[in-house]
Design a binder for this molecule. Structure first.
Ligand SMILES: [Zn+2]
Length: 62
């Protein structure tokens, strides 16, 4: 399952940043490795301070 910034979360869980839709790299100051916990109906965030949409993948239930 892959989601993009602004998508509505369908399943409570832990998600991990997995790059940008345009595959750009090096646009934020450091690689973002911290997983996030998202609740149902929350929107997927951006990654850190980066203004580009971010991709998120489901890791596991919280
Ligand atoms: Zn970025």
């Amino acid at each position: 399952m892959m989601f993009i910034t602004g998508d509505v979360c369908p399943l409570r869980g832990i998600y991990r940043y997995s790059g940008h839709p345009d595959n750009s790299k090096g646009c934020h100051s450091k690689w973002f490795e911290r997983d996030i916990v998202l609740e149902i109906k929350q929107k997927f965030p951006r990654v850190g301070a980066c203004i580009k949409p971010a991709q998120w993948v489901f890791v596991r239930p919280p």
